[in-house]
Design a protein around this ligand. Structure first.
Ligand SMILES: C[S@@+](CC[C@H](N)C(=O)[O-])C[C@H]1O[C@@H](n2cnc3c(N)ncnc32)[C@H](O)[C@@H]1O
Length: 349
């Protein structure tokens, strides 16, 4: 029931958003990472690890930073939050008790709502049979989807620890014949063209230094008629008279980029432009920021428990730096700078 309610809310948002996302005739500094057709020569801000497309040295550094961040932090996260390394989805009228089970249920709901928003059938017979999980973490989404649809899932991550842990969990949970994980780059996926009928990226897009290449790879590995789901952090859509984000906004994002190994951010409108340029169909977007609002306060509370603090101290500097910028995520959402976005589309038959 609530789900149906949300679906209609989401539909309203889609149309609202799509109206707002008219193609933008000129390039903005913050848009160049994803929009420049050639290696970018942008004025865009450079975050830690951030890179122009052609700057392979920086790209290598960024990838290494991401791999080390997740190698270091994934066990701590799993210990406290379980095997889903993404926001939870909370209903607006939901009373969040703060228990672990509430938050884990919200993380499952995020996957369910994303599938439903993308129009993936609930019917296991009609659901996807081959899935790629791009930026798979320790494989939470893949195992969920494999169970739900009996699908074969292949996950890729930059973190050797995550790939190994994801495979171990698959083995323990009796899913080793269905799901498998490897270290590979989302921008150069180790798969042939047209392979998967669901292409899934849950909170990995924000790490991609070249959004055009990222989306291009998602489209390339998708089979004809496949659904593509991108759930990701974006910055707000720029107004018609804006050339870039405000200086304070850039400064704010830069601190987050430094801690989480993120390159330049882009907006949902930028993703829509990219998908359109690849002739992808049924493009839908929504801003789910309000549905994820309880998430970061809960993560901070869990970090401040005895278990959280001792685990953090044992984990390493990258994890600690990540924990220290968590309040900036909350502030960014509150100020309308950060948007939790879902973007879905279909590859033409
Ligand atoms: C926040 S975690 C999300 C994990 C998982 N999707 C989940 O929801 O549990 C981000 C993931 O993106 C992966 N990632 C970032 N950049 C990547 C790249 N270029 N290629 C492959 N994976 C990447 C990281 O290794 C990590 O697994």
């Amino acid at each position: 029931m609530t789900s149906m309610l949300l679906s209609s809310t989401s539909q309203t948002q889609i149309f609202h958003n799509i109206r707002a996302f008219q193609p933008i005739p000129h390039l903005h500094p913050y848009r160049t990472t994803c929009l420049a057709p050639l290696p970018c020569r942008s004025r865009s801000i450079r975050c830690a690890g951030s890179t122009a497309v052609a700057d392979t040295g920086s790209t290598r550094e960024l990838k290494q930073g991401i791999a080390e961040l997740y190698d270091e932090s994934s066990a701590v996260w799993e210990d406290i939050w379980g095997d889903h390394m993404h926001h939870g989805f909370y209903y607006p009228d939901e009373v969040v008790s703060g228990s672990d089970s509430d938050h884990r249920a919200a993380q499952f709901r995020m996957i369910q709502e994303a599938l439903s928003f993308a129009g993936v059938s609930e019917d296991p017979e009609k659901g996807p049979k081959t899935v790629v999980d791009v930026g798979c973490g320790i494989g939470g989404s893949s195992r969920y989807i494999a169970r739900k649809f009996g699908a074969k899932c292949q996950g890729i991550t930059l973190s050797p620890f995550q790939a190994q842990r994801a495979n171990a969990l698959a083995e323990t949970e009796g899913l080793a014949d269905k799901v498998s994980f490897q270290v590979a780059d989302a921008l150069e996926q180790p798969f042939p063209d047209g392979q998967f009928d669901l292409v899934w990226s849950m909170e990995s897009g924000e790490h991609m230094p070249d959004k055009r290449k990222f989306v291009g790879e998602l489209a390339r590995v998708a089979a004809p008629g496949a659904t593509i789901v991108i759930v990701t952090w974006c910055h707000r859509v720029l107004g018609p008279s804006e050339e870039s984000l405000q200086p304070w906004e850039m400064k704010h994002l830069k601190k987050i980029c430094d801690a989480y190994y993120l390159p330049d951010w882009c907006s949902t409108a930028d993703y829509v432009n990219l998908l359109e340029s690849l002739s992808l169909q049924d493009i839908k977007t929504a801003d789910w920021s309000q549905y994820v609002a309880p998430f970061w306060p809960a993560v901070i509370r869990s970090a401040l428990t005895w278990k959280g603090l001792t685990s953090l101290l044992r984990s390493g500097m990258k994890t600690i730096r990540g924990a220290l910028v968590m309040p900036l995520m909350i502030e960014g959402y509150k100020k309308g700078l950060i948007k939790f976005a879902i973007i879905t589309c279909r590859k033409p038959e």
